[in-house]
Design a binder for this molecule. Structure first.
Ligand code: GN1
Ligand code: MG
Length: 369
């Protein structure tokens, strides 16, 4: 999108000062994100402006309604404890229609929030202390929303972590073979059939209050979605709230460990580099379990490692499904990108399977303490 179009959109939001700089941030796979710098009396004000991907999120009005409710709830919970919420929760900027969503003349859906200064969104973390903090941050997010009425939230992507439904979508993509790629990936396809029991492992128990209760969860807990304070090393604020909706604690835990304890990038082409760091696993688990203390059922705690397997299986299959469909969902940086992503996550899953017993033993040890 050219700078004039962004300026046109930005003019509809209540930003302070004069626009001085626009920078595109490319970490996300779905939305398009810009950082805007304004100046006022020599002082900078920075904002994030995002175009919501309306192929993925079909109802941006309800999505921003969710986001408004969730951020108000979290803000109020900090205020009730006398903690300044400004760097703890995103502050959205209203636009000239009085809501948090601006729709441009072509139908593009936009929203904006204050950029949080002095923090890092890590793409990779090697420090166990920082990863423990990330676990605490995501755990705390869930705890702060534990008393939020789930029925008030719209499912922004229906069936988002319904792995059984994702498996059905995978089967359908094979049948349709829209991009003619099915014949070239027989081994990859078999990999998902061989593990299809994983598709049902969480969803078949979800909603049972004694097993996997339905909770308000984030559902997209990549490491770079928790901001860590550069000075204190503490987790401050959880971002990317588009998929906050009813879900399982295992999804948030599992997705964060899948991404953060992997020794290589999510889309590493050289799969020999892909390993799973048990020390990082332990640190995150400690952080997450301590921040959700008293909230999770024993079944949930014992099933945390299962969460890693299911979410890794699910995402690997989502990448492969998108490759089969002709790259219609995830943004890609080169033609085979989705296939490379799928293979990287498949490799990660095999490593996780090898270490699964050790992970479960660690949880038992932790429960005994
Ligand atoms: C997408 O765009 P980003 O990075 O927030 C995706 C997640 C995947 C992730 C994999 C709405 O998230 O589910 O885990 O890519 N978000 C959506 O990198 O599909
Ligand atoms: Mg996201």
């Amino acid at each position: 999108m050219n700078q004039n179009n962004i300026k046109f959109v930005a003019a509809h939001f209540a930003f302070r000062g004069t626009l001085a700089n626009i920078k595109e941030l490319t970490a996300g796979n779905i939305n398009v994100t810009y950082r805007l710098t304004y100046t006022e009396g020599g002082l900078p004000h920075q904002y994030i402006l995002q175009r919501i991907n309306t192929s993925a999120f079909k109802d941006p009005v309800s999505l921003m309604d969710n986001v408004g409710k969730v951020t108000s709830h979290i803000r109020a919970s900090y205020q009730a404890e006398g903690i300044n919420p400004d760097r703890r929760v995103l502050t959205f900027v209203p636009c000239d229609n009085g809501t948090l969503l601006y729709t441009d003349p072509e139908g593009g859906a936009w929203r904006a929030y204050h950029y949080v200064n002095g923090v890092t969104a890590y793409d990779q973390i090697e420090s166990t202390d920082l990863f423990r903090e990330a676990g605490r941050g995501f755990g705390e997010f869930q705890t702060r929303l534990a008393d939020f009425p789930a029925a008030e939230l719209v499912e922004t992507i229906p069936g988002f972590h319904n792995t059984a439904w994702r498996y059905e979508a995978f089967l359908k993509s094979i049948q349709e073979n829209a991009a003619g790629r099915v014949a070239s990936i027989p081994e990859e396809i078999t990999f998902f059939h061989d593990r299809k029991e994983l598709a049902h492992a969480i969803v078949c128990k979800l909603g049972d209050p004694d097993l996997f209760p339905l909770r308000v969860t984030h559902n997209d807990t990549k490491l770079n979605n928790v901001l860590i304070d550069n000075t204190t090393g503490k987790a401050l604020c959880v971002i990317d709230l588009d998929t906050v909706m009813p879900g399982s604690s295992l999804y948030d835990y599992g997705d964060a460990v899948r991404y953060g304890a992997c020794t290589a990038a999510e889309d590493e082409p050289d799969t020999s580099k892909i390993g799973f760091d048990m020390e990082l696993y332990k640190a995150f688990t400690e952080g997450f379990v301590s921040a959700t203390a008293g909230k999770l059922t024993d079944t949930e705690i014992r099933s945390l490692p299962l969460g890693i397997r299911v979410i890794t299986y699910e995402l690997a299959m989502r990448f492969l499904t998108d490759y089969i469909n002709g790259d219609v969902y995830f943004k890609i940086k080169y033609p085979e990108h989705n296939l490379v992503r799928a293979r990287a996550q498949m490799k990660l899953l095999t490593v996780v399977e090898e270490k699964y017993a050790e992970m479960c033993a660690y949880i038992e040890e932790m429960l005994e303490k």
